[in-house]
Design a protein. Sequence first.
Lengths: 118, 325
Amino acid sequence: MMIRVILVDDDRDTVEVFSQYLEMKGMQVVGTGYNGLEAFELYKELRPDVAILDMKMPEYDGQYAIKMIKKEDPKARIMVVTGYSDYKLEDLGVDAIFYKPYNVDKVVDALKKITIKS
Amino acid sequence: MSEKSPHFFMREFSNDELAKLLVTKVDQLKKEKNQTQGLNERLEQHLSELEETTCKLEETQEELQKERDNLEAQVKLKTKQLLKAEKLTAIGELSARIAHDMRNPLSIIKNTSEIIKSNHKNIDKKNKELWLRHERAVYRISHQVDDVLDFVKDNPIKKKPTEISTVLDDTLDRIEIPDKIKINLPKNDSVIPCDSEKLEVVFVNLIMNAIQAIGNKKGEVFISIADEPGDILLISIKDSGPGIPKKLFPKIFDPLFTTRQIGTGLGLPSCKNIIEKHGGCIDVVSHKGKGATFLIRLSKKTEWEQISKIGDKEKLTNYISAIGK
């Protein structure tokens, strides 16, 4: 069974290329968004296995998305893929953290590991 | 005989009386002379005391002036340092922002090249080589970006008792050592509390600098460790290169100062930053033509021992720096 993910990042090229790459590696990208609010709405609507989020996004950022998604579904699986940020990532209680530029195979491995837990 | 003489109003004194009068007068004069002498002496004493006091006042005034000049100079120096620090902070923040913004495009370059590569499984040798160059270039930018962000981000260090030999071995695993250069490792070992990852960064930087200093010639790098009083460990890294001119000594630990074309110049400042976070200090000794030696001094005591014995970490750092001078 394919792993269903949503991918949210404020950079459209990143979303496009990352989606393509993930699908190449066998993931199913069921939704894409460009800020934290869209991330939350996509999660509510599609209930993916993992939400892949960037942190620095305009208006509603990753922190907002994580808070809202976890409120809605405490068991939500979240992976953060970001450039360096000032956010205290370890304290956010997410399942995986990757820094750009990431190694896509490692990201895919992590996605598989996270979903096995559930 | 009391004949009527012209001096009849003058009493005739007898010789005895005269003599007595004279003696009394002389005594009186002597007394007055002594008194005057006494007064003179006291006056002279007062005068010399006054002179002394005036001298002391002059000295004190000179000292005060010196102190004031000294303080003025210090204020000027501190102001200069503050301005420089502020500038560096501003540059640091700017660099961090730029580096951060580079990460997205870097990811895209990396990913698109991977996708294109996998869409064209049968590429010829020449193109394969080009892809490798492409990947290495992305890798290089990535690491430069990491260097800048690491430098600016100010990560706290986590100390654990570690063997120096282990850190050195890990360091050498990471570096490519040219055949013409021999690395001499220390014959002894020591365990000190340190952040082994961060210390590795320091060693990598220093040894790579040493290798670059030697260049394309035959040369050696000598690494040694020794104990110093006060539970201090001295780690020396010496190269057989051309040495560093003394006038550059204060600059080499400045961020962004480099005499080379490659590199951002963040190596030595990062090393200094890491060593000082450990509570230690780093110095350089060099003579023209005789290579350069970098001296790292770290405390062998754990933080608990340091605090309970000396007072606080700042005091220890000052103490170590003082010994190092």
